[in-house]
Ligand binder design. Structure first.
Ligand SMILES: *Cc1c(COP(=O)(O)O)cnc(C)c1O
Length: 429
């Protein structure tokens, strides 16, 4: 199929994420991808600043990950997980338990991040149900949070950007507290934590769990907050006997400079969600981990089991590539590499702070964010990035990069300098 036909049929029949049916925004056909680059069907090569939404940490077409999938294909692509098990899933679960804080002992393999969040919330509800506290049916979440697109996940996303009003009472009612104003590296003040303290004092008995993205809020605002806030949340959860659910679907596997963002605060959640980078961006797979105590309590309830079981649970191809991706990450000095990317993003994006129309520039780990004063006009800015040979996908007021960890100094330099050029042209035209 030639590129023009492909794009015409795409426009006619294909939904894209958060897009109109007759998508007026440009889409670009990708023919192949290698390392930190995407090759478009029209021959142009773009340096990738997005890692396909946090996931492709080792870049594209990586020989080790390709080999893992090919090797697994020789024995089986898939087998049901009810009553059966297999090496790749057991190895993955064991590795995740080893890498995450000690209390987390049980692993549920889900098929996407949103499903992992559904499972986490279900675990918390069943945990309280089993103890005869069925009144604990609500969750506390942070404004500016993002936890996925299914209904339970949506109910804990930011109510404004998540357009909760569209769904009315179909959406479960949850509690929200403001996102912490204390930035990463700053102390957490009483003003930051007081809203959660008050809320739990007043409504604690209705709360099953607090769900948050530790330290880095992703798609809800690309906001980096003080690990001290997370420590205080952990203490308040303990005080009120509320479960803490850490959604590390975006932050997991090194992105924030620690293997898991909870490590910045030295805390352990009761339930942990992982996804995105777990397979190096090869296949869809996520995981929900919980403590032995949560697991045994919820199983002592009426159902006696966790009420969840997706058809493609523990898919062997996905588990194999996850094992290879985690192995590849841990076989390198990935901390030094993320620190290199962090330094370069900081130096490369700093000039944006001098432009008129910029509200701020912030960098943490391999994440660089430029916040504008006004939402960007995607119709206008998206082609400008492509013409400059880089793949950047802004949302709202945020223009940001989270490149694959394999990006070279030179590619990263090209990426950041072209981001600055585009922002300059965009803001001053
Ligand atoms: C992407 C994301 C999700 C949802 O994951 P999907 O795989 O897109 O369903 C949930 N939580 C966070 C923090 C995410 O970044």
């Amino acid at each position: 199929m030639d590129s023009a036909t492909l794009l015409a049929l795409d426009r006619q029949h294909v939904w894209h994420p958060y897009a109109a049916a007759d998508n007026p925004l440009p889409v670009y056909a990708v023919a192949s991808a290698r390392g930190s680059t995407l090759q478009l069907a029209d021959g142009r090569v773009l340096i990738d600043g997005m890692s396909s939404w946090w996931s492709a940490i080792h870049g594209y077409n990586h020989p080790v990950l390709n080999a893992a999938v090919e090797h697994q294909l020789q024995s089986m692509a898939h087998v049901m997980f009810g009553g059966l098990t297999h090496g790749p899933a057991v190895q993955l679960a064991t590795t995740l338990v080893e890498l995450t804080p000690q209390p987390l002992q049980k692993v549920f393999l889900a098929d996407s991040g949103s499903v992992a969040v559904e499972v986490a919330m279900k675990m918390a509800l069943q945990y309280w149900q089993a103890q005869g506290h069925a009144g604990r049916r609500h969750f506390v979440s942070l404004c500016g949070g993002y936890h996925g697109d299914t209904f339970a996940a949506m109910s804990v996303c930011d109510p404004v950007t998540g357009m909760h009003h569209l769904f009315g009472d179909i959406l479960a009612k949850q509690f929200f507290v403001p996102r912490p104003a204390c930035r990463f590296g700053e102390p957490c003040t009483d003003d930051d934590i007081a809203p959660l303290r008050r809320l739990l004092a007043e409504h604690g008995k209705q709360v099953a769990g607090v769900i948050l993205e530790p330290v880095v809020q992703g798609a809800g605002g690309m906001w980096f907050y003080s690990p001290e806030y997370l420590q205080q949340v952990r203490s308040l959860c303990d005080e009120h006997g509320v479960l803490l659910i850490a959604d590390e679907i975006a932050t997991g596997f090194g992105r924030s400079g620690k293997l898991f963002a909870c490590e910045h605060a030295g805390i352990a959640p009761d339930i942990l969600c992982l996804g995105k980078a777990m397979t190096g961006g090869y296949l869809t797979l996520a995981a929900t981990l919980c403590t032995a105590q949560v697991a045994s309590t919820l199983c002592s309830g009426e159902a006696g089991v966790l009420m969840h079981g997706p058809t493609f649970m523990g898919n062997p191809l996905a588990c194999s590539v996850a094992n290879a991706s985690i192995g590849l990450l841990l076989s390198q000095d990935w901390q030094a590499n993320v620190a290199r990317i962090e330094r370069q993003l900081r130096a490369g994006l700093q000039p944006a702070a001098l432009l008129r129309g910029i509200a701020g520039v912030r960098v943490l780990g391999a994440i660089g964010v430029v916040e504008l004063e006004q939402p960007v006009d995607m119709q206008r800015i998206q082609p400008m990035f492509v013409e400059r040979g880089i793949w950047i996908r802004p949302f709202g007021k945020l223009v940001y990069a989270m490149p694959p960890f394999v990006i070279s100094d030179e590619e990263l330099q090209t990426l950041t300098s072209n981001m600055i050029h585009v922002l300059g042209d965009y803001l001053h035209d």
